[in-house]
Design a protein around this ligand. Structure first.
Ligand code: KG4
Ligand code: ZN
Length: 341
């Protein structure tokens, strides 16, 4: 079964064609990151306008990459359309959702609505040729604990089967990715976020900065990262007042914040795995691309970094394994779609 998937929940415009939930035929991601750098962050209205411009070329490129000429050849090659309906920015979601509905209607194809956050974890099943053999050659066994860490979400799930999920906990305030992004701004890296922090993080022998590990001893499987951001702001202001805010201290702060965030993520994930006697640990979402997090959980199953960050491949995979075809007129964008299933 070949699924054409469309993803526009945040600033990316992505389309992909995936066969049987695991085999990538094409994967196109058009990012407006350079534009957001100019504006110092994502401006929802600007993002949606940009997505309107590139949605059809992106879909055409995904189709031609999978062996078709363009949209005209969709029948009989594609069996279904999958689209992210939420959570996300309303203007951005609408671009993908309305385009997908139009294609489904025009070509008489089933359409499958997808929850972006839950779909992230299906990136773990890609490229193996089999749902239970993951890219690194490991075998994924259930029950599994799945940590989704992105720019907007930090969620822990118990995965009892490829279809059966239980939400265990999540962030009470900022997401882990948001903490990376806000720290990046405080340290002068603009909107380059987590990757900039990861690149700058350097351990130094005379590290003077210690940041808190929020909620690490708390018994629940919830997280909180907003206090960490405040602690960093305090350190930055202190260093500036002492005239010591320089490349060395910036690298140390980057190192320490990465340690603090990853320590908490690892502690809670391992605790959840023990509690539920998990046979596998799965990571996904943009922050799962972080090398240090991957190092600290060496037995975890992780997608390749380009499948951690937003793309349409895992949208197709979710649709194949867990989606329900829905009448196109019943599909709408839901910006605050719940992730607690
Ligand atoms: O999943 P994603 O692409 O988009 C959302 O659904 O939010 O995640 C984006 C987040 C951003 O906060 C970004 O800074 C973070 O993932 N991220 C990283 C790394 N690569 C992306 N954080 C830490 N280290 C990285 N290497
Ligand atoms: Zn995402």
């Amino acid at each position: 079964m070949k699924i054409l998937a469309i993803e526009t929940s945040c600033d990316e415009t992505a389309a992909a064609v995936v066969e049987d939930g695991v085999k990538i035929l094409s994967n196109v991601v058009a990012s407006s990151a350079a534009m957001h750098e100019k504006y110092g962050g994502i401006v929802p209205e600007v993002a949606a306008r940009e997505q309107l411009k590139c949605i059809i070329p992106t879909i055409n490129e995904a189709l031609s990459g999978s062996g078709l000429k363009d949209l005209q050849g969709l029948t009989p090659f594609i069996d279904a359309i999958a689209v992210t309906v939420g959570p996300g920015l309303i203007g951005s979601l609408l671009v993908g959702v309305e385009t997908a509905k139009t294609i489904a209607f025009a070509f008489k194809k089933p359409i499958i609505p997808v929850n972006h956050v839950i779909a992230h974890m299906y990136a773990n099943f890609i490229q193996s040729g089999s749902a239970l053999k993951v890219p690194q050659g490991l075998t994924l066994s259930f029950p599994a604990i799945s940590l989704v860490v992105s720019g907007g979400h930090t969620e822990l799930y118990l995965m009892e089967s490829i279809k059966k999920l239980k939400w265990l906990g999540g962030t009470l305030d900022d997401a882990a990715g948001e903490c990376f992004d806000k720290t990046a701004r405080l340290l002068g890296f603009g909107s380059r976020g987590g990757p900039a922090i990861a690149a700058a993080a350097t351990k130094s022998a005379n590290l003077q900065i210690t940041l808190p590990r929020p909620m690490i001893r708390d018994e629940t499987l919830n997280f909180s990262f907003s206090g960490l951001k405040t602690a960093i702001l305090r350190e930055v202001n202190k260093l500036k007042a002492q005239n010591q805010f320089n490349n060395v201290t910036i690298q140390q702060l980057a190192f320490e914040v990465q340690e603090a965030i990853t320590d908490v993520l690892v502690e809670k994930t391992v605790r959840a795995a023990r509690k539920h006697r998990a046979r596998s640990i799965l990571l996904s979402g943009g922050v799962a691309a972080n090398k240090r997090l991957r190092e600290k959980l060496p037995d975890a199953i992780v997608p390749s970094p380009n499948l951690c960050t937003d793309n349409a491949v895992y949208i197709a995979s979710y649709a194949f394994f867990r989606g329900t075809p829905t009448a196109w007129h019943n599909i709408t964008a839901i910006p605050d779609l719940s992730v607690e299933k």
